[in-house]
Design a protein around this ligand. Structure first.
Ligand code: ADP
Ligand code: MG
Length: 361
């Protein structure tokens, strides 16, 4: 409805602002899960367990064995722009943690009907349980105190969000299928499990209604990245992968490594696991360049499987372009993409010629 006459401008109430901002960060359960996984990794966890009911829409629970939250910090935990990671604006150019804006937990508490946290630090005798809504501590039940309560618990943090988007019915309706949301959550967890599989962090993911886990990787250094890929994506893919050998290009301030499917593997849709500085991200120009590279390698309509881990000097990367921090921009983007693709082409060509060599022996 257009305004026929100019109407007065008013300031939105703070909780309206907060709810709108939360909706920009948390579109669906998988966004919330990604933020929670990154918090657990920031906390130094080596085991991250995820349990979902109705694809995370009914309950989304994550438990880690990380550093925990001090009882005295619990009141601020879900407040917007409250963080233990960023101190001033100049820190932004050298962030090594995933989070820094202090918006994720606030957002989740704004879009869920109830959020419960149980956390224990190593030097505390017990865990503390706290409930949150709209950014602040609330009583777990009407009439009870909102103050965090001591309880039994192991070192680390457990966070449970219930009834996501209960207060955003149009969003809730747009997310039709719990099965689809579950698969998106499993996709995020699988990708992190691959990247951290060779780095000593294990993941478990299951439905609340099921005894079987849909994803389970060990929390040890014994598993290699390729082991994890084989476990999660299958041996028919793992068998066809070519190592993207670790390579550093100092002049451009980046290094890269990964695994790529070769000329003998082709599928209907590209699988692209991209980590930049250990964060799962999208980079449309990089993906396009890889699709072009494979265009000349695979039969028409065929697509590759790609896992890339790029480390780019932190001052070159801008992770602040989008609220979800999903799409990443960096300095010298074209040059870095070109160098990565050239290196990939070399590795693929090398693998191909050694394969031909073996075949003719
Ligand atoms: P950010 O990660 O940007 O700091 P969040 O809203 O995601 O903001 O988290 C707020 C704060 O809560 C973090 O800075 C951290 O101190 C604490 N926190 C969140 N999750 C965990 C966790 N799993 N283990 C320990 N501390 C956590
Ligand atoms: Mg965070």
């Amino acid at each position: 409805l257009l305004q026929a006459e100019a109407r007065p401008i008013i300031r939105l109430e703070e909780d309206v602002v907060n709810r709108i901002a939360a909706g920009e960060i948390i579109h669906r359960p998988a966004n919330a899960l990604k933020e929670l996984i990154e918090n657990s990794l920031d906390a130094g966890a080596t085991l991250i367990k995820i349990v979902l009911k109705e694809g995370g829409l009914k309950t989304l629970q994550i438990q880690d064995n990380g550093c925990g939250v001090k009882a005295s910090d619990l009141p601020l935990l879900c407040e917007r722009f409250a963080t233990s990671k960023l101190r001033d604006f100049s820190d932004l150019s050298r962030m090594t943690t995933f989070g820094f804006r202090g918006e994720a937990l606030a957002s989740i508490s704004y879009v869920s009907a109830a959020m419960t946290v149980v956390s224990k630090t190593k030097d505390s005798d017990c865990a503390y349980r706290a409930s949150y809504a709209e950014g602040t501590l609330v009583p777990p039940k009407p009439g009870q105190s909102a103050t965090p309560k001591p309880c039994a618990g192991t070192d680390g943090t457990q966070i449970m969000a219930e009834d996501l988007f209960y207060n955003v019915p149009q969003r809730r309706r747009a997310l039709k299928s719990a099965a689809d949301e579950y698969n998106r959550c499993l996709d995020v967890a699988s990708k992190y499990a691959v990247h951290y599989g060779g780095r000593g962090v294990g993941f478990v993911c299951k439905k609340a209604t099921s005894h079987v886990t849909d994803l389970s990787t060990p929390a040890s250094d014994a598993a290699t990245t390729l082991d994890t890929i084989r476990l999660l994506y299958g041996s028919s893919i793992a068998r066809e992968l070519v190592r993207l050998k670790p390579r550093r290009v100092s002049s451009l301030g980046f290094s890269v490594e990964g695994w790529l499917s070769g000329a003998n593997y082709s599928t209907k849709r590209t699988t692209f696991l991209l980590f930049i500085n250990h964060r799962l991200v999208d980079c449309a120009p990089l993906k396009r360049s890889f699709e072009a590279l494979y265009g000349s390698l695979l039969p028409k309509g065929g697509h590759p499987w790609i896992y890339l881990s790029l480390e780019i000097d932190t001052e070159k990367v801008d992770v602040n372009v989008h609220p979800t921090k999903r799409e990443v921009r960096f300095l010298d983007e074209d040059d870095i993409i070109e160098a990565v693709c050239e290196h990939a082409q070399d590795c693929l060509a090398g693998a191909n010629s050694s394969r031909n060599f073996q075949l003719t022996q």
